[in-house]
Design a protein around this ligand. Structure first.
Ligand SMILES: Nc1ncnc2c1ncn2[C@@H]1O[C@H](COP(=O)(O)OP(=O)(O)O)[C@@H](O)[C@H]1O
Ligand SMILES: [Mg+2]
Length: 400
């Protein structure tokens, strides 16, 4: 007789996976910037990794001690081709924040403008390129000596990751992303995207208007602010990005969001933005139609159009109907008020690991963005209902 019931067995398997995931997180942290970023990149891939890995890897932090001010000075003077005191009338030597890619210093331009200057670590691109080359040769070797594994998929994943990471360390791109996002949110006066001072911005130094506020998770410091209103403004701004423009800030965690004294929201950090293709946006509309009209096969077609379901035969479609149905029934029997996004997310995770499903990288970011946003908004207003807030956007999309 088996010692464990199947429930015990599956719990043991979960605990085992959790332990492995924790070990992996520790190893990646030790290996440095490329691997920390790789872990963060993989943490959104629910189609590839089991839930325990997704959860552990999303805890990866790239908090590292700051680098010395001499290095800051050397980089800034080299990049901006001038002495520090020719551009700035003050430049704080202690950074206000430091991470594995760079650190941020407060400074004042000659005209009196207060700025935040983000300076990249020296040799970062070389380190990252070396690490990427190392990973590629590791997979090549694994393939050559026939270690079991889908090495071709890992190759393309590493290429995709490399592209994202190299784009993230290009501050010119980050500045362009900020400008684009400011344009997207121009009708949202309560949202602040710091201005970029292009004259003092290069691939490795970015100079922004200094916009100070209280980080959004320190709500106890935000006594005079109407938190419910703030929650709604944040969600509206992110819905506008994803539903209307198909272009979104992919990293809305508490470190990247702050609130000013007047209750306006500041968004920082534009290294990671993502967009939806026209086809995906249309697919999303079809998907919402499917849900509202209770048309499950229309819904499945929409998933195909969005690239979430691989091209499938008629027979496969019938099989898929049977596995999607439980979620479908849940969404249709629960009222809008009752739908629990966390519960839904768990079900969706299980589904995504089925071989018919894949998650294009941009949609993986979209899901992570929604999950992160939900968490933030719930701390501001525990009763916030995401689906109810999104309904006007859904309706507007359906009539357009
Ligand atoms: N324009 C700015 N004004 C004021 N503070 C800023 C500005 N930009 C960044 N910061 C501060 O520096 C921190 C790190 O900047 P961020 O752009 O998020 O870099 P990283 O990529 O290292 O996360 C932010 O969380 C914020 O506290
Ligand atoms: Mg940040």
């Amino acid at each position: 007789m088996s010692l464990w019931t199947s429930k015990d067995k599956s719990e043991r398997a979960c605990a085992e996976r959790r332990k492995k995931a924790q070990q992996l997180r520790a190893v990646l942290t030790k290996l440095g910037v490329t691997f920390i970023k790789l872990g963060q990149f993989l943490s959104v891939r629910r189609d590839i990794l089991p839930l325990e890995f997704v959860e552990e890897l999303s805890l990866l932090q790239d908090k590292v001690p700051p680098f010395a001010f001499v290095e800051v000075r050397t980089t800034v003077e080299h990049e901006l081709e001038a002495k520090l005191n020719e551009i700035f009338c003050s430049f704080e030597s202690e950074p206000m924040a430091s991470a594995s890619i760079g650190q941020v210093h407060k400074a004042t331009l000659k005209n009196g403008q207060a700025v935040a200057v983000k300076v990249q670590r020296a040799n970062l691109a070389q380190v990252i390129n070396q690490d990427l080359a190392f990973l590629r040769s590791l997979f090549r070797a694994a393939k050559a000596i026939n270690i079991k594994g889908d090495w071709d998929s890992w190759f393309s994943l590493i290429d995709e990751f490399g592209q994202c990471l190299l784009a993230e360390i290009d501050y010119l791109q980050e500045g362009r992303n900020a400008d684009h996002l400011r344009q997207v949110l121009r009708n949202f006066p309560a949202i602040i995207i710091p201005r970029i001072f292009w004259r003092y911005t290069t691939r490795r130094v970015i100079t922004e208007e200094l916009c100070e506020g209280v980080k959004i998770d320190k709500i106890s410091l935000l006594k005079d602010i109407d938190l419910k209103r703030l929650a709604k403004q944040i969600v509206d701004a992110y819905l506008e990005q994803m539903m209307v423009h198909g272009y979104f800030h992919a990293d809305p965690h508490a470190g990247n969001l702050a609130v000013t004294n007047e209750g306006k929201l500041i968004i920082y950090d534009f290294g990671m933005v993502s967009h939806l293709s026209e086809g995906q946006q249309q697919g999303m509309i079809k998907l919402i139609h499917g849900v509202i009209d209770n048309n499950i096969s229309g819904f499945i077609e929409a998933l195909e159009q969005m690239g979430i379901i691989r091209a499938i035969s008629r027979q496969d479609k019938e099989y898929l109907l049977t596995i999607i149905e439980p979620i479908w029934v849940y969404c249709h029997t629960a009222s809008t008020e009752e739908i629990d996004l966390l519960h839904l997310e768990k079900e969706i995770n299980v589904l995504l690991r089925n071989r018919y499903f894949q998650l294009p990288a941009n949609l993986a970011y979209l899901i992570r963005m929604i999950v992160a946003l939900e968490a933030i908004v719930r701390t501001l207003n525990p009763n916030f209902n995401f689906i109810r807030a999104a309904s006007p956007y859904f309706r507007a999309l359906l009539v357009s």
